[in-house]
Design a protein around this ligand. Structure first.
Ligand code: LCS
Length: 398
């Protein structure tokens, strides 16, 4: 019913995807020349989608536009809470108190704030690597030391090194663990057993946990999301972060949900946070949670098919590449160790030789050499062209 094959021109919308790649991926400016024109690149990098945001959300925003005044806004009515908590209840079997919900203009801005509120200046922030780099940037910004626990790559699947994690969690200077659940960039959906083991270690060491669950709706069909706070309902040092941004391709509207059960931390947040919301974003998010489910279920099927297409294409054309279908996210992780040296700058290679924009290698803090990450949330024809270019570039390099 929805047309995920449609190619939508994103130029002239100030999109990161089309206009922000020079600075974000390459630290380059407008004058830096690439062998490809900007519009010739296949873009498989920043984590947003090339699909239209569902019409029900656009209608919700339009209804709010009709009210014509866009003054200072904060969520006062219960209707947003009900829409979101019903969504969580229906999809994840999890609910939370109305008072525990606070809003943020993004999960990353919330992480930046929370690191400061939670960790004293000499305390450390723990997370698993490879990692979305902003976990580290949030610690760096406040001069808090980051402690990385490398995930173990085992036959195409990542697992937690619990001995290493436990040792690092036991350091009394480590006071915060940032969990990515499900995990970007590995695409793992942590099992209940894994979450329980991780959580038990954190509880034993009295750690705070920020559970970044931004990718939790984007699961392969058949997978289930388990909010960490559902596994530890009595531990109030877990902050849960969720958002409609990835799920419904509305990251630019900058609205996210932060659930803080601990009264003291929430008081600090409420007293220091710049507490206003964008009225269009609130309307869009509420419409998403109330009416977006049907679209999401079709999107998931389309993404699943993009993953199987990628698996089959790589098996045929790049047989030495390591690839497993991600359990969550629209991000695919490909091990290209057979084709590259450890220190090769992969994003540059693929931009120059293939005309494909992707992220890889040290863009994920550490434990990520010789991996590339491909964003598969694009029409199948674009995906096919991107994969073709990637395979040709590698095969002609040999
Ligand atoms: N947390 C995780 C784990 C993410 O992957 C992202 C976006 C965010 C938070 C951003 O949250 P926001 O501030 O927008 O609410 N991930 C991206 C990525 O991997 N590439 O581009 C964006």
């Amino acid at each position: 019913m929805y047309n995920f094959d449609e190619i939508i021109d994103r130029r002239n919308t100030n999109a990161m995807s089309t206009d922000g790649f020079r600075s974000y991926i390459f630290g380059a400016d407008d004058k830096t020349e690439f062998p490809y024109k900007d519009e010739e690149f296949i873009r498989m990098w920043v984590a947003d989608m090339d699909f239209a945001t569902p019409q029900v959300i656009i209608d919700g925003i339009n209804e709010r536009l009709d009210k014509r005044i866009f003054g200072y806004t904060r969520i006062f009515s219960d209707s947003y809470y009900h829409a979101f908590v019903n969504w969580c209840m229906k999809r994840d079997g999890w609910s939370f108190d109305r008072n525990h919900l606070v809003m943020s203009n993004g999960i990353i801005p919330a992480l930046y704030e929370l690191v400061e509120y939670i960790c004293k200046p000499n305390e450390k922030v723990l997370f698993s690597t490879p990692s979305y780099a902003y976990f580290k940037y949030a610690a760096d910004y406040h001069n808090r030391e980051s402690v990385c626990s490398d995930l173990i790559y085992d036959n195409g699947r990542y697992r937690i090194d619990f001995d290493d994690f436990e040792r690092k969690a036991a350091d009394e200077k480590t006071t915060l663990f940032i969990l990515c659940n499900p995990h970007n960039p590995t695409g793992r959906v942590w099992t209940e057993e894994e979450l329980r083991r991780l959580g038990d270690i954190c509880v034993k060491n009295d750690l705070w946990i920020i559970s970044d669950e931004i990718h939790c709706d984007l699961l392969r069909v058949g997978e289930k999301h388990i909010p960490l706070a559902k596994v530890f309902p009595d531990y109030d040092k877990i902050v849960t972060c969720m958002a409609p941004s990835k799920t419904f391709n509305m990251a630019g509207l900058m609205l996210s949900n932060i659930i803080i059960p601990n009264d003291k931390l929430r008081e600090v947040w409420l007293s220091r946070h710049y507490n206003f919301d964008n009225p269009l974003s609130v309307a869009g998010a509420q419409a998403a949670y109330e009416k977006g489910e049907h679209w999401l279920e079709e999107l998931r099927v389309y993404l699943d098919n993009n993953f199987t297409f990628t698996r089959d294409y790589l098996a045929e054309n790049l047989p030495e590449a390591g690839f497993e279908i991600s359990e969550a996210t629209y991000l695919a992780r490909v091990n290209v160790r057979a084709y590259f040296k450890e220190d090769e700058e992969l994003p540059k290679f693929f931009a120059d030789k293939a005309g494909v924009l992707l992220e890889g290698g040290d863009m994920f803090v550490q434990n990520s050499d010789c991996f590339i990450r491909l964003n598969l949330a694009c029409p199948r024809s674009v995906l096919a062209e991107g994969l073709k270019r990637i395979c040709v570039a590698i095969n002609t390099k040999l």
